[in-house]
Design a protein around this ligand. Structure first.
Ligand code: BTN
Length: 220
């Protein structure tokens, strides 16, 4: 994939900037120093002070994209000396604390993949950042290039197998919110070939297509 990186000093959200681009060329990456209205999954705010990595990449939409990008970000962080694992589907954690998040939005058939990584500060007490987790120096742009390379690699491998290796959810007791007021609680048994989470709730194995997952008990 040929990439073209567009840098912006301050934006509302790199997601919006990508959405407004016409034509929206595959491989375009928008990276901003500051976002005034960074957003996360499920309507959350993504605090985006100077010093973090905030990027949106225009990619072909694909059902496994969410796992693909999660795996790529986790591996790029591992190369920087960080013990990064994934909470299904694609929250990137270090010892249970979130270090990076991914938001995928689809516009006219193309995916806008937003990646936020806390680099030199953790904007909330329950999250962490790169400088707290490694002494290996890495710049924002080096990390971005490493993530882009890792995304490419995921198209040449068995992404489900690669994802399972990185996934801290497997074997854990979890609670997954799947719709308003609807939750599944049980043991995360596996990830199927479509990237869905399999949870044993004591009565049956439930196949979960999407939702917000919480790891219960101790562990990563
Ligand atoms: C999440 O874990 O909730 C997803 C967070 C995604 C944040 C990134 S930062 C770059 C891009 N622009 C945004 O407004 N959001 C994504």
């Amino acid at each position: 994939m040929r990439t073209r990186i567009v840098h912006a000093a301050r934006v509302s959200s790199t997601q919006d900037m990508a959405r407004e681009m016409m034509p929206r060329e595959l491989g375009t990456v928008i990276v901003a120093d500051v976002q005034e209205k960074g957003r996360g999954r499920r309507g959350h705010v993504w605090l985006s002070p100077r010093g973090g990595l905030y990027a949106s990449i225009i990619l072909r939409s694909d059902p496994l994209l969410s796992l693909r990008v999660g795996a790529a970000v986790a591996r790029a962080l591992q190369q920087a000396g960080i013990v990064a694992r994934l909470k299904w589907p694609n929250d990137v954690l270090v010892a249970g604390k979130k270090i990076a998040g991914i938001l995928i939005e689809v516009a006219d058939g193309t995916a806008i993949v937003g990646i936020g990584v806390n680099m030199d500060s953790a904007p909330l007490s329950e999250v962490t950042c790169i400088v707290s987790e490694t002494r290996m120096p890495i710049t924002r742009d080096e990390l971005l290039h490493s993530i882009l390379q890792e995304i490419e690699i995921t198209y040449e491998e068995d992404i489900i197998e690669a994802y399972r290796v990185l996934c801290a959810t497997l074997g854990r007791r979890v609670r997954v919110s799947i719709a308003a007021g609807k939750e599944v609680t049980g043991i995360a048994l596996g990830i199927d070939r479509d990237g869905h989470l399999l949870v044993d709730d004591g009565e049956a194995t439930r196949t979960i297509i999407g939702g917000d997952c919480v790891h219960l008990g101790t562990g990563v």
